[in-house]
Design a protein around this ligand. Structure first.
Ligand code: DHB
Ligand code: FE
Length: 310
């Protein structure tokens, strides 16, 4: 049988009824999207002659893996696809230039301490790893220093674990997470304990899926950023270390050309100079964050920016 079976009047009527398209109540956009989603699922079932056992195995996987959905989405390339789609729409609208966007990933936490100056991100000792020193500027399309920028930065520790999500519970809240308020020169500087590459939790749902696909669940060592400033589009990006063994083989597809600096490693220190360029926002709705649900926690530090020195 071929997928034209799904186009028969009986199945089309089922789709109309299931998605409520002929009902007056409800959300029309949801109805339209869901109708297409169910229809695509039916077509996949027919095209691959999916058995009942296989279908219910997939449903059990979906039910059991919901806690790792934020990891699975980048792992199957969908989060990177969203970036490529946004890029293509931007190009169509003539919006080009600036630092490339790349995936947020699932491990941001709202409420990190707001700090100023040359900032230390690492609250915990994390002995035996290098200290990363990262510096640069945040400019706009004409090279102008961006005013009142806030740089959100977050990364893993030397074991590859993120604070708040560390299964060993060994990290202080907001270790390796800060919001840095920049001055009028648009310059930023921070130092922190060098992150290691990240691996999905062993034996978890993402790991199981990657093994079933003959893939791995590793990311190169990386540092995440959101950069927000009035009048500019919020940038979601990250740098991945160009000398990491997984630099060209990131399971989450977050590495992009222009975002792979090689740290200059000198004894106990490693240095990265990296400048960010923001696009100008066309209006207020263009400025902000997506309304993606994000983990949040209370900062223990005062809400006024603290000035830290080296
Ligand atoms: C995943 C983890 C990350 O640290 C990241 O930046 C992106 C994705 C993940 O587990 O899928
Ligand atoms: Fe990450």
């Amino acid at each position: 049988m071929d997928a034209s079976f799904v186009k028969t009047p009986e199945i089309q009527k089922l789709l109309d009824r299931a998605s409520g398209v002929n009902e007056s109540g409800g959300n029309p956009r949801l109805k339209a999207v869901l109708r297409d989603l169910i229809e695509s699922t039916m077509e996949v079932i027919v095209r691959h002659d999916v058995s009942e056992s296989e279908f219910w195995l997939a449903m059990k996987y979906l039910a059991d893996s919901s806690g790792e959905i934020g990891l699975i989405v980048p792992g199957i390339g969908l989060e990177h696809f969203l970036d490529l789609y946004l890029d293509a729409k931007d190009a169509e609208a003539g919006l080009t230039g600036g630092t490339p966007r790349t995936i947020e990933g699932p491990l941001y936490v709202e409420g990190a301490p707001l700090v100023e100056g040359n900032v230390n991100l690492s609250t915990d000792p994390d002995e035996g790893t290098q200290v990363l020193h990262m510096t640069g500027t945040v400019t706009g399309p004409d090279g102008e220093p961006v005013q009142d920028a806030i740089v959100h930065v977050w990364h893993a520790n030397s074991k590859g674990w993120y604070s708040h999500f560390d299964p060993t519970s060994q990290q202080t809240p907001f270790n390796n997470r800060r919001r840095i308020k920049l001055g009028s020169d648009g310059r930023y500087a921070f130092h922190s304990k060098m992150p290691s590459g990240y691996s999905v939790p062993p034996q978890g749902a993402t790991d199981q899926l990657m093994q079933a696909l003959g893939r791995h669940g590793n990311r190169p060592a990386h540092v995440h950023f959101f950069i927000e400033a009035p009048g500019y589009r919020t940038l979601t990006t990250q740098i991945n270390f160009g000398d990491d063994p997984f630099a060209a083989d990131d399971f989450a597809f977050g590495t992009r050309e222009g975002l792979l600096p090689v740290p200059s490693r000198q004894g106990d220190s490693a240095y990265i100079a990296f400048d960010f360029q923001l696009q100008r926002a066309s209006g207020e709705s263009d400025e902000g964050f997506s309304s993606r649900h994000r983990a949040s926690a209370q900062a223990q530090e005062p809400t006024e920016p603290e000035t830290e020195t080296v």
